[in-house]
Design a protein around this ligand. Structure first.
Ligand SMILES: [Zn+2]
Length: 295
């Protein structure tokens, strides 16, 4: 199996890159053309495209280079409609792909003050997200607000290190530690920054375990209980901690990150390469990506 992370969305920035290494499965360099028809996940020429986004912060409308409302004659960026059109134009309908959201959809524009989570959820469901992890700002509406937001979403929301109080309405929490996607041959584990306990109004009501131990426990459980050969970490812990976690764990192949809005690539001012490659404890490559925030 090979991964192709074709782009990243962030609130506006796009980047492209490819991952060619792997775990436990032979690989070769990706080519510009994909096998057709799509092969199965256990076949060596299988390609899974991974689209990712993070830290949108309720930028449902497009905006200008300063992050303000975009007026006539200005260059406009971002916005849900632009993301949707990009996905319609580029996300293949006949080949396997995932859209992963690395958290912090909440708080940032008047949409949230006026409509709470409702419009955010509508926009995300329109984008056909595959899975999302909890960001620290998902706690800004309190624990019940977080649960209500997750209930509006038509895809799994994940965090392996967060222990949430149950909703006060008695319904079970829909936040899971990880999700196995046998149709793609991968599992996705979520993780959330431990700083949420200090930075968020509602963070003190939840328990945040050590990110490295929590992720490793989830990874070990997946390999012990499934035949999944590849695990993606959907992370809201920041670029530096992503690299530390990658180096101090085993079994992860790919980290889709968020939280620090890190610019990755070969351009001037980039914090690191896209993808950033880190050797794990087994001396295997882990590929780290994140979307840059424009503001
Ligand atoms: Zn964050």
């Amino acid at each position: 199996m090979r991964f192709r992370h074709s782009f990243l969305l962030g609130c506006l920035a796009l980047a492209s890159g490819r991952a060619a290494a792997r775990r436990r499965v032979p690989t070769r360099q990706p080519s510009s053309s994909s096998p057709s028809p799509a092969s199965a996940p256990n076949e060596p020429d299988y390609v899974l495209r991974v689209y990712h986004m993070n830290d949108i912060h309720v930028h449902l409308d497009q905006f200008n280079a300063q992050g303000s409302d975009c007026g006539a004659g200005e260059a406009c960026f971002g916005g849900s409609a632009r993301l949707k059109q990009y996905l319609l134009d580029h996300r293949p309908r006949d080949r396997p792909s995932m859209l992963l959201n690395a958290g912090d959809e909440t708080t940032g524009t008047l949409y949230y003050r006026a409509h709470g989570h409702e419009k955010i959820a509508e926009a995300l469901n329109e984008l056909n997200v595959t899975a999302m992890c909890l960001g620290n700002h998902e706690f800004d509406g309190g624990i019940d607000g977080l649960h209500a937001f997750v209930d509006m979403l038509g895809f799994p929301v994940l965090s392996a290190n967060v222990h949430l109080p149950p909703p006060s309405n008695g319904r079970p929490s829909r936040v899971g530690r990880y999700r196995v996607f046998p149709e793609y041959g991968v599992a996705v584990v979520g993780v959330t920054t431990e700083d949420t306990a200090l930075e968020s109004k509602a963070g003190h009501a939840a328990r945040f375990d050590d990110v490295i131990r929590s992720v490793q426990a989830a990874v070990d459980e997946i390999y012990a209980t499934t035949d999944i050969k590849r695990i993606i970490l959907l992370s809201h812990i920041g670029y530096d901690v992503d690299q530390k976690l990658a180096a101090q764990t085993t079994g992860l192949y790919y980290i889709v990150g968020g939280h620090t809005d890190s610019l990755l690539g070969s351009m001037a001012g980039a914090e690191g390469r896209y993808p950033t490659v880190v050797r794990n404890k087994d001396w295997e490559n882990v590929f780290i990506v994140q979307a840059f925030h424009c503001q």
